[in-house]
Design a protein around this ligand. Sequence first.
Ligand SMILES: Nc1nc2c(ncn2[C@@H]2O[C@H](COP(=O)(O)O[C@H]3[C@@H](O)[C@H](n4cnc5c(=O)[nH]c(N)nc54)O[C@@H]3COP(=O)(O)O)[C@@H](O)[C@H]2O)c(=O)[nH]1
Length: 821
Amino acid sequence: MQEALLGILDFVARFTGGHGGIDDEVAVYFVLAGAMWLNLLFFALWRRRNEANSREALLVLGFSAGLARELFMLAMAIGQKALMVDPRHLHAFFPPVEHVLSGVATVIVAAAFMRYLTGDFFLARNYLGIGITLTLSCYIATFSWWADYITTNPASKFGQTWCDVLFHTIAALLLVFPTWHLFRHRTGWLRNIICFALVCFFLTETLKLVDIAYGERYEYIFTPIRRSFNLIGIYVLGYVYIREQESRRRRATAKVVESEKRYRTLVENVNMGISLIDGNNRIVMNNGYLEKMFRKNAEKLTGRFCYQEFENRDECCDNCLGVEAMTTGRAVSREVERILDDGEPSGLRLSAFPVFNEQGKATKFIKVVEDITDRKRAEEKIRRLAYYDSLTGLPNRPLMMDRLSQAIRHARRHGEVVALLFLDLDRFKDVNDSQGHRVGDRLLQEVAARLSGCTRESDTLARLGGDEFVIIAPGVRAATDASLLADKILAALAEPFTLDRQTLHIATSIGIVLFPSDGGNGEMLLQRADMAMYAAKDRGGNSYRFFSAEMNTRAVERHELEEDMRQALTNGEFFLMYQPQVNTGTWKVVGVEALVRWNHPRKGVILPSRFIPVAEETGFISKLGRWVLEEACRQGAQWQHDGLPPLQMGVNLCARQFTHEEIVGTVSDVLQKTGLPSELLEIELTETMLMDSETAVSTLGQLKALGVRLAIDDFGTGYSSFNYLKHFPLDRIKIDQSFIRDIGQSRGNGAIIEAIVAVARSLGPEVLAEGVETEEQLRYLMSITCADIQGFYFSRPLLPDDVSRLIRESLPGFGTHHFTN
Ligand SMILES: Nc1nc2c(ncn2[C@@H]2O[C@H](COP(=O)(O)O[C@H]3[C@@H](O)[C@H](n4cnc5c(=O)[nH]c(N)nc54)O[C@@H]3COP(=O)(O)O)[C@@H](O)[C@H]2O)c(=O)[nH]1
């Protein structure tokens, strides 16, 4: 048994160098170790073809160094025998080389595995640098002494000297860091097993040190063991590396399969047609959506020319997207319209992306077909919303301005004239208020249709908003062309409109400007057409006016008024005059109407007909109206305080005050503040204010509850509905001056006045005739028992002191010397 064991040990020692030195038998060991490194090197080189990165490069280097060391040893073993060299002389040369190769190989392999496992490239590189520097320094430091030492110290069997100790110590120490580093920074079986391999290499080096320490007495035991550790280390590394690479390959394949699956799912589920097309424009593959889109199955698409499918052509078009993508190497796209097999139009967005081969040449392309029909429709809708009026479908202001600029540019180039007609419907608000917005909207649509009938194809008819329309008529010969168009429009609107079985009448006021004579740009033309339109309105509407320079002056004046008005109230420039109202039964002044005046510092006294409309437009009327109410009530209370008989104080209210303001609260405050008895205040309203009857009934009810009197002013000029008299708690009707002015001239007006007086008498309210200027008018009014009158015949509006004087002088029986019943 013992003999057998010694035999085995002897056998192992022979082939692993246990008998000392390097001979042909030890070559077996070197062949074995070299084969293992070679195997690893081949594998690493093969891997590098797939994964050319620094990690694989380092491993290739490490395995090469390991192989080089074993090959060197093999060469020495065979060379020694073949050349019959004194082993001692040979030994003087090869141990240092062996040690360097061994050290370098160890350092590179350790660094490669550190990099491999931790991914820390910089650490591995630094370690490598230090390790190789140390090994080479040791070599340089000891090489020249080595030969001397061997020759001068023949007792040293094969030169296992302190130089050996240095090399092996450095090699062992260099293995400590990677082992410790891996142990700290990685976990798991892979770390353990690589650390194990590194420990094997460490033991290889340290056992050699132990052997030297024993004077190589036990070399035949230590050498087989340390070389076995070396083989085990190489084997374990190889095993781990190959296994790991295999599982990485499997993981990568699984990743590729999963990614392929993911992309396929994506390609199949995306709402776009996708196809791969080769360099000959033939479809190689496509997704299901493309088949659905073109209503063809895969067999029908695959192999066909893409232009036949996507672009309805028989030949590849000159500007084929795919060709462009392949030649430029960039993605290209285009939007096209296509008629599908069933004749439906569809919007398509075609995009082509080049597909490159391994040489970087684009040989195929991917075509993506996106159905953009809905988007196109939505865009068109948005465009329409942005540039067209949704109610009438006509161009809106931005588009109109754009067309106007175009027309101006064209006219300027060709020396032509452009006419711009600005239309504003007359009293459209009344229709809206009385008939409701639905009817108002329908009326606007009908008006738009009639206006379209008046224009030429080259004209632009636009709606600016509300009841405002504009017509741009390019290429007119002269102003007469524009007048003809305006006449045509007035005639077209003169026909009544029938909506919901109701007959409605609407007219329009038209302002006309001509380019280039009236302005050089769109804004100016529009502004001046607007002025001309207002001038037409001022003439009573249903007419047209051309712009004139004088209108511009008026507009400037109006603007000045607007500016000055802001200061006027604080500067105390407004004052009130009072026009007496007389009862023809008693010939007494029963009331006055408060009428505002503006004492302008430069322009003198301005009448309300000039500034009230401006105040209404700017909203200033709210402040002014409140001031008038307060001042009138204060004056009324003052007269009572001065001992004058009770006088009705008529105060005009404008529509804005009545509908927008807290009028009930304001009236109540003012009465309280001034102390005027509420029954002496008569608020004058116009018919249009009462059109929104629900709000009006409620507001009038609240005012009545305060004890205030209510009068309807200018009766007969609005809707003149006697319904008002029934529905609203009115105390007085004031017949408009226009009826009184015509007394004796128009038979019809007399009948209207009589009807108003008769109806009012039966329903309750008192009647007052405004604007009585002549005795004839007075006698007529008295003959139909219209009791109250107001007008220049009796008195013009007076200042407060004049009113007091007039009343005091006429008391008692004032006025009887003028008239008798
Ligand atoms: N919201 C407010 N409106 C007011 C206020 N003050 C006046 N007004 C309105 O301004 C319009 C013009 O008023 P005015 O220039 O003061 O003219 C009034 C009278 O002077 C005039 N009148 C009276 N009698 C005659 C006459 O015999 N002949 C004739 N040609 N004119 C006459 O009528 C105007 C009063 O009209 P009315 O109000 O309809 O009774 C005018 O509409 C005023 O309402 C104000 O403070 N707030």
